[in-house]
Design a protein around this ligand. Structure first.
Ligand SMILES: Nc1ncnc2c1ncn2[C@@H]1O[C@H](COP(=O)(O)OP(=O)(O)OP(=O)(O)O)[C@@H](O)[C@H]1O
Length: 221
């Protein structure tokens, strides 16, 4: 079943045409890897798919609803409820504990009481092997642990789809492997859908589909 559909998406920065007409369909429960040379437009595409950036033309539809027809407020609400993001530099808030960071999107979305949200945050930290790290600040965690906190944060609102931009780009090979395994475990356990931009060939090989970007277009890989 199609979850997200991208049609004819184009995006330029000044004279630079970064996305030159992208069409793709993401099905529920898929793990899709997007690979390609530096500068090919992968992050730009991910940002447009995640509605963080608007295309110049073309559409992104979720459950057959054209997302860029929504107002900014509706779009922010939509992102909070349906989308999780994991970035290369996890962007955890330094002055908040791991658990508080994980719970932050839920406090914004307000789908439950503070107690309910904290319980879910703790449960997620448990799933990610971080039960005893909840009260630590990001600076007291290893790089791999910080990235797993970022994954828990991406999952707290039970998103339909998680976009990850070079999630293991900053990790050593052991931590990278652990993180990659986790994505597939989470798909199995929670039915999450993942779209992952990566330079990591091992991860791209593990994915259900590997899409290659070249000069702003998707090409056969
Ligand atoms: N905000 C911006 N303003 C101007 N140019 C930009 C902007 N964002 C990206 N670009 C340019 O668009 C092109 C594609 O960038 P993008 O980050 O999408 O590539 P990428 O495939 O993700 O690369 P990498 O693998 O190095 O992260 C690059 O040439 C980049 O310099």
């Amino acid at each position: 079943m199609s979850l997200l559909e991208v049609k004819g998406v184009k995006r330029s920065y000044g004279n630079l045409q970064v996305l030159r007409g992208i069409d793709m369909v993401i099905r529920r429960g898929e793990v899709v890897a997007i690979v390609g040379a530096s500068g090919a437009g992968k992050s730009t595409l991910l940002h447009v798919m995640g509605t963080l950036d608007k295309p110049d033309s073309g559409t992104v539809s979720f459950d057959n609803k054209n997302l860029f027809r929504l107002s900014e407020t509706e779009l922010a609400e939509f992102r909070n409820r349906h989308i999780g993001f994991v970035f290369q530099f996890h962007n955890l808030l330094a002055e908040f504990t791991a658990l508080e960071n994980v719970c932050m999107p839920a406090y914004i979305g307000k789908w439950g009481t503070e107690k309910e949200i904290r319980e879910k945050g703790k449960a997620l930290l448990g799933v990610l092997g971080l039960s005893d790290r909840g009260e630590h600040l990001p600076s007291q965690l290893s790089g791999g642990e910080q990235q797993r906190v970022a994954v828990a944060r991406a999952l707290i609102n039970s998103p339909d789809i998680v976009f990850a931009d070079e999630p293991s780009g900053n990790l050593d090979s052991h931590n990278a492997e652990e993180l990659h395994r986790l994505f597939f475990e989470l798909r199995k356990e929670m039915g999450c859908t993942f779209v992952i931009v990566t330079h990591n060939e091992q991860l791209a090989e593990m994915a259900d589909r590997r899409l290659m970007m070249k000069d702003g277009l998707l090409v056969d890989s």
